[in-house]
Design a protein around this ligand. Sequence first.
Ligand code: NA7
Length: 542
Amino acid sequence: MSDAKRRTAEAAYDVVVVGAGFSGLYMLHKMRSRGYSVRVYEAGDGVGGTWYWNRYPGARVDIESQEYSYSFDETLELEWEWTERYASQPELLKYINHVADRFDLRRDVQLNTRVTAARYDEATKRWAVTSDRGDKVTAKFVVMATGCLSVPKDPDLPGLKSFKGKSYHTGRWPHEGVDFTGQRVAVIGTGSSAIQSIPQIAKQAAHLTVFQRTPNFSLPAQNGPVNQAVVEDWKANRETYRQRQRTSGFGSILIKDNQPLAADVAENERKRLYEDAWGVGGFCLLGTFSDLILDKAANDTAAEFVREKIRGIVKDPQTAEKLLPTNHPIMTKRPCVDIGYFETYNRDNVTLVDLQATPIEEITATGIRTSAAEYTVDSIVLAIGFDAMTGALFNIDIRGRGNLSLKEKWHGGPRTYLGLMVAGFPNLFTVTGPGSPSVLSNMIVAIEQHVNWIGDCISYLSDRQMGAIEASEDAENEWVSHVNEVGDTTLYPLANSWYVGANVPGKPRVFMPYIGGFGVYCAKCDEVAAKGYEGFELTGAA
Ligand code: NA7
């Protein structure tokens, strides 16, 4: 019998992991190397998660490549050579496939399999996990490595089904790519995915029309081939840099900590610092002053600097004016990092439609009709985003003690302890779940910290022959209050962002990630573990 068949027949694992992206694969590696039986289920037909699905033109990471890579294996880190400062999606996919091969991970990953339900049995203290392929297995521990931005938002556009051309969601891009040569193309949305893909699509299409509902802040990546001196320095000092990531505010050393307050720096000097950071590129500018996300007046200085840049880049003043983000402070909606985004509007074959002035009324058989005009197009690119942070968890019927469903428990918004566990759901972990720094940090660093913590927690229980761990209601309530309190000291709640669920109709408005600082959060997790998992209830074997 093949190894895969034997394992399915066995149908009882120590750990079931849902998702084979960066978190699921590292979770598998960690637990298997400690001798646990692990099964990973993955809906796609390949590994890579976010970087498997998001294949739209121009897709790339907006954290510098060496920072956005695993640190758990020194040889892996020293051997791997990134080619660009910000790795493109194909290169990231190559990297994660290399990791899967290098650590022989594929034999425990079952592809093309979507987990549909996970139910906790209080008598056996085990989870029953079922899939759309008929798998029925049990596991002592379940790790949801389902990703924060993995469920595309429903295209809530009237008439879309009647469109006779082709439409593509950026998060479900065809593997064979799309050739837009000679086509009239519409892009709906101006978030990260749109801002990355628009310059690429504009180079190919006969005409590109961008439908913008909310103008967005975007910073130039200043991408290019990797600088060998930077790479060598990183490799020589990797321990120091990795440690700095783990104690930093955002899990990245490019965004500096302990900076002055904006008001303490004279205007000329402030502008010079912004100019320098703009030249460095990426998110660097967001770390110029320590109060940019705390104080509206400080934030205004950065926002106005970026608006001034947009006015300078975009030649047509009317188009420039439409592109200026004015309805939210910078950073409060996911800031974007681009390569030639604003410059693209200087092309003759690109038109910007302001949906605030002229909203979309309908998608017709031949194009898009706004309140002012009809635009005939051959293809529509839906860069409209995701049901962030909770969408993928709600797609699985997760039921804890007393048949409590996660959806019911979270009807008013997600409630977790440390973004790692949920009261009522023993032995179920979420990687980069709501209530953890997650999407407000360098995801790879956040993933490693979570996987390490979960792995150590499972080992702790095993070493003591314990049956279950569960967040206590009190600890969860306190943590949720703390997450909200910290969120409310910032400007984040001011924007209608996906951080607060505002992009999905009917979703409760709750600021989901934890913004107390990545390093602060890590210290809290370590302290909880050191105190014998304070705030958790640990119980004996079944
Ligand atoms: P985002 O950041 O959620 O952006 C989605 C964009 O689509 C945003 O500009 C939305 O405008 C717009 N949108 C959404 N629905 C509509 C409708 N119905 N009509 C017009 N415009 C619409 O998703 P992305 O995929 O770009 O980025 C997701 C994350 O992936 C990103 O932050 C990175 O972490 C990687 P709105 O702002 O809601 O007015």
